[in-house]
Structure formats: structure tokens, C-alpha cells
Design a protein around this ligand. Sequence first.
Ligand code: EPU
Length: 419
Amino acid sequence: MDKIVIRGGRRLAGTVTASGSKNAALPVLVSALLADGPCTYDNVPDLRDIHSTVELLRHLGATADFAGNRVVVDPGGFCNPEAPYDLVRKMRASILVLGPILARLGRARVSLPGGCAIGARPINLHLKALARLGADIRLEHGYVTASCPRLKGADITFDIPTVGGTENLLMAAALAEGVTTLRNAAREPEIVALADALNAMGAHITGAGTATIEIQGVEALKAASQTIIADRIETGTYMVAAALTGGDVKIEGCRPDHLEAVIDKLRLTGTAVETGGDWMRVRGAPVPRGVDIKTQPYPGFPTDMQAQFMVLAAVASGSSVISETIFENRFIHVSELRRLGADIVVSGNTAVVKGQNRLSGAPVMATDLRASASLVLAGLVAEGTTEINRVYHLDRGYEDLEGKLAGLGADIRRVPAGG
Ligand code: EPU
């Protein structure tokens, strides 16, 4: 497998452009299954998870072409109700096809995704809500089987806000008979992006971005085009890279309005953040100050930025307390960061990080996307060489990570397998 090798100590400076959002693109591409003609999506990031989605759409019978940053999905041949284990195990987000397959074909058979490195990640809330729309749901042989000739609108309150659950329900309810109200819905920008894509296809969805979403079901949805929003987590990762290295980085094509919690925390570390409509300039302090973080559903501080902030805390002055409230096992990076010299003590869902004035490079690896990103960030400031293995995870979620960081002056290169 490829690895990434970084020689730390370079200050990052220059301009980088944000890519399209992975987590917005995944449900939006899947939503094409609901259309009655070909849908075109631009600004789609060239990532392993997007290729897996394209493969899944093709397996279901749709035509999907990915060229440049454009994906065209033609659901004309979509008739297969089954998403098999081999495809779902590659990417948990495959569960997002459950709602659209059921709404369109009246039955679906989708492999249960199982857990992943960061937690058990059940889908009970997706299933409970689909059952409220009238679906007959069964779990057998590792698969979810759902059937219902036509879903019926219902008033549904989620026990906790779930991003994937809200997305699955938006897509299922868009073609249901009558009105569906989702309460305690997730409010992430990716939910708004999906609602916008569905509304462009003729859906009637209001309230996306708030905790209560109303969906007036329609008989059919038409083909439409959509441009994928900027990736707020990729943007946040470059913000931390700038802050960590005492750098001066402008990020273009981004959405500062989706990153308010991250910007607020970064400013508390002494980092200067200037924002415009679609750009940001981030200037790091000579030594950042420690800051306490508690992950929360949007608009709170994102769990997907927790690992990256832990690296900042690891080299900051003073101590930081980092609490992870979304996933039960999202401190996988801690033991690897300790190998680089970080002083981190974990108790339950809380990590206490005592800032050090130096980290030292070493070979490391992680089993999760954001944990891997945090190791790259640590490598940027560690003395000597850091070698990140299992680059596979980074390729799932960061478009041209090493090219973008090298463009900002980092000493980083990818060594192909066997190289
Ligand atoms: N949950 C349940 N039951 C469910 C659904 C969720 O208990 O039926 C729990 C989860 O276990 C978790 C919490 O609810 O404790 C929130 O999970 P959510 O459903 O919101 O997460 P998700 O849809 O599986 C998406 C992102 C994640 C991101 C989370 C939280 C995608 C494809 N994935 O996951 O992104 O961390 O929301 O913001 O959109 C990443 O990009 O690295 C990543 C993991």
C-alpha cells in the first residue's frame, strides 16, 4: 500500500482551493435514483468513496460516468433493489441507497453496514423512521429487507439527530404520499445540500437546516443538475495546518459560514482568521494556545474536526480538554500521536492534552479517515520524518492531499507501494 512521507518543520504559506464535499456528494449522487432522467453533478471530489458510490449506482442498474469533477447519473436502467455486502462493506454510506430504492422500486435489500473503527454506528433510527412511513422492515442474513408499494407521510421524531438517517428519510419521503415531518432532524449543511438537490428535481422540502423539516411528497421527480458545496472538513483541516505551522494560508472556494464553530475555536488559540463570502485567510500564532473542545451535532463543533484539533492542542501552550460526544471510539489517533511525543491522557470520552514544545517524527498509521488526517498534520510539525501508512483512508476523503500541502510549501510525498 502507498505511504505518505513528511519531513516536518516547514511553515505553510500560499493559496489552496477547497474541493467539493464528500459527505454532501454521497447522498446527492444517490438521490439521482429518484429522478426520471439523467442528472449532472459538478464539483464532485475525485475520491475513493465517490468511486465506490458510482460502482454501487451501476450495480443497481443506473448509468454513472465520472470524468473530471463531473458525475452524470442516468437512473433509466435502475431496477435492481439489492446493495450487496461486497459494496456496502467498502463504504458505510452505501446505506443511503435504502430510502431511494424503497421509494422508487417498492422494495429494497441492502446489506447491513456493520460498525467501523470509530464506533458501532447502528442504523436503527433510519429503520424505525422508514417503518413509520409504512415500510415492512426485516433483518435477515445480514441484510435489511424493506418493502412497501407506496410510502405514506408521517410525523417522525428522531431520538437523536442523525445525518444519514435524516438523508435517507428526505429521499424516501420525497416520493411518499402526503406530508412527512421530521423533528429533531440533523441540521448539517450536507442536509441542506441534499434538500436543495431534491427541490431542484421538483420535491417540496422546507425547513432543511433547522431541526424540523417538512416534506410534501410528490408523484415523480425530474432530472436536474447540481454543484456540490465545498467540503467544510477539508477546509477545516487546511485551517488547522496553517495554524499549526505558524503559517499564512488563503483557502479559496470554501464556505466560512459552514465553519463558524471551528473558526471560533481557532481564534481562541490565537490564530487570526479573516473571512469573505467564499474565502478565508488563516494566520497562525507563533505558539497556539490550548483550547477546550466538545463535539456536537451541527452547528456545534464537528466530530470530523476533533482529531485535527487534538494535534493543535498537542503543540499548544497549556492544556486542552477534548470531549467526543458523537462516536464512542473516536480517539484512535491518540495512541499514534503519543508515539510522536504528544502528552494525552484519555478517560472515557474525554482526552486531556498537555501541550509540548515539540513532536518527533515516526512511522504511524490509522484506521479511520480523520485520524489519518491528524497524523499528516502532526507530521507537518514533527521534527524529522513521519511516515503515514494505510494512505487508503486518506484517499477516501481528501482530494490530492499531498499535492495541496506541497503547493503550500510542505515537504510531503507519496511513496507508491513497493517504492
Ligand atoms: N446513530 C444511531 N442510530 C442510527 C444512526 C445514528 O445510534 O440509526 C448514532 C451514531 O452511532 C452516532 C450518532 O448517532 O453516535 C450520529 O451519527 P450520524 O447518523 O449523524 O452519522 P452518519 O450519518 O453515520 C455522518 C458523516 C460522518 C460524520 C457524522 C457526524 C457521512 C457519509 N458521514 O455519518 O462523517 O462524522 O455524520 O457528523 O456523511 C467522515 O467524513 O469522516 C465521517 C465519519
